[in-house]
Design a protein around this ligand. Structure first.
Ligand SMILES: [Zn+2]
Length: 471
């Protein structure tokens, strides 16, 4: 008996309570409240219901309100027409398991199947694959985090017991009015056929909601889908972050960094091309293994090369002052567009550089440099790759306001690679014989370079540390 209790305790702690605690306390992969000035997100669980859902949709339409429905698979299966109507009228549809059962009582594999089955039903009815998941009673277990993959868990900031009839329309209205403020994510129910609920409870929910929508509209609030609420929240958070001064720790680290940068430049004879160019370089013998470039040229050990470096101070300024990553990407491409011809002229003007074999750098950009004519090659495994990876990741973390988050999100993409181009090819593309306009005259964005942004978002192309370590 004691053993059973003990195991029960472990089970509840690790399988049930701990994840709930973690997700609720730290908001880990869970969205429950927005940061907004005028947006409120209404969410409706347990439906669709043939009686109440159409009436709810009418009511929402009357006030121009958008909402999010977390549907139960078995109900959705019976009413695909209601799902279609939700989608057509601009609402979001999320998953609320196939049957209304808590994840505590199901094995991880079963939860996964329930989600997949419901996802299939929604996709078949609307043509859209759902991206939001709300576990019944908001209860998640440890495995849900691993199981969900692309799905984001949505909880709520306010609930009112609207599934119980005895609450009464008046009391329900009063409770809801207390939560009439931007950023709230309201949990309501458009179906009373689940365990523990009263079947006709949605009747009074509809009455209370009408008052809520009316008052909210009078105050100028907008009722939005959870997707829009998340987007608005991200935007507002980024804005707040940009407005906030970085903490003393980050300031100290950055200051040390920049001091180190200056030392590095002096110690290793980094040359600044001038004119505020993003690219610096130094001349050195190549030390790595043989590099075969896309144009057939080969860089061999001890060949003289131009080693490229980004001006990290400039890079830091750029990253700090820009709010959207897309803007950073475009700006960076533009700067590189200007820097390459400037560098080409500079190299042409130096007679002592005629015997340089090629240009070489280490970069986190994987697809961007190809548009500029660079070959992108793997770094050989080993200590150098190991330390360069750490170094560049640290660089991103320090330089970018939300660098840490980016590293977590796109983990797999953040490893350094070699970018190289032969001097012949470089001068052919960017030198004075290339027919390119003078560097300062060219301000236009090369469409080829713009399309070099990776398909999965600009972040991967943006975050670069051109700095190479001593080999
Ligand atoms: Zn529910």
């Amino acid at each position: 008996m004691e053993n059973v209790l003990l195991w029960g305790f472990y089970f509840l702690t690790f399988y049930a309570f701990l994840p709930g605690f973690i997700s609720r306390t730290f908001g880990f992969r869970v969205f429950k409240r927005g940061r907004a000035r005028e947006e409120i997100a209404l969410t409706f669980d347990d439906g669709p219901d043939p009686v109440y859902t159409p009436r709810l949709l009418d009511l929402l339409r009357k006030y121009g309100a958008k909402a999010t429905f977390f549907v139960v698979g078995v109900h959705a299966e019976q009413h695909p027409e209601l799902l279609r109507r939700m989608a057509e009228e601009g609402h979001d549809i999320g998953i609320h398991n196939y049957v209304h059962k808590t994840n505590w009582l199901m094995r991880p594999g079963t939860v996964k199947k329930q989600i997949a089955r419901t996802s299939g039903i929604i996709e078949q009815a609307t043509g859209v694959k759902p991206v939001y998941y709300r576990p019944p009673w908001g209860i998640v277990n440890l495995f849900d985090f691993a199981n969900l993959g692309y799905l984001q868990i949505i909880l709520w900031s306010a609930m009112f017991g609207d599934w119980r009839k005895r609450v009464g329309a008046e009391r329900l209205t009063a409770r809801m009015m207390k939560k009439l403020s931007p950023g709230e994510v309201l949990l309501l129910h458009d179906c009373g056929r689940t365990f523990g609920a009263d079947e006709d409870a949605p009747e009074q929910m509809l009455q209370a909601l009408e008052v809520y929508l009316q008052r909210g509209s009078e105050r100028g609030y907008r009722f939005v889908t959870i997707g829009e609420m998340i987007a608005v929240t991200d935007k507002n958070r980024a804005r707040e972050k940009a407005g906030r001064k970085p903490g003393w720790f980050k300031r100290t680290v950055t200051a040390c960094w920049m001091a180190w940068e200056r030392c590095f430049n002096v110690l290793f004879r980094i040359v600044d091309v001038g004119d505020g160019s993003l690219l610096h370089y130094r001349i050195r013998p190549y030390r790595g293994g043989e590099l075969v470039l896309d144009d057939g040229a080969v860089i061999r050990p001890n060949d003289k090369i131009v080693e490229l470096h980004f001006d990290n101070a400039k890079l830091r300024q750029l990253l700090e002052n820009s709010r959207s990553l897309m803007k950073v990407a475009i700006f960076l491409i533009r700067e590189t567009e200007k820097a390459l011809p400037a560098l080409a002229r500079h190299l042409e003007s130096r007679a002592d550089l005629r015997d340089v074999k090629g240009l070489y750098g280490i970069s986190m950009i994987h697809r961007g440099p190809e548009a500029f004519g660079f070959s992108v090659l793997d770094l050989p495994r080993g200590a150098f790759r190991f330390f360069t990876t750490r170094y560049l990741r640290l660089l991103i973390r320090v330089l970018h306001p939300s660098g840490g988050e980016l590293l977590r999100d796109k983990n797999a993409q953040f490893y350094p690679r070699i970018m190289a181009i032969s001097l012949t090819e470089f001068l052919r593309r960017y030198g004075s014989a290339s027919g390119r306009p003078q560097p300062d005259a060219s301000d236009a964005l090369d469409p080829a370079a713009a399309s070099a942004l990776p398909a999965d978002g600009p972040a991967a192309a943006v975050l670069t540390g051109g700095k190479t370590l001593q080999q």
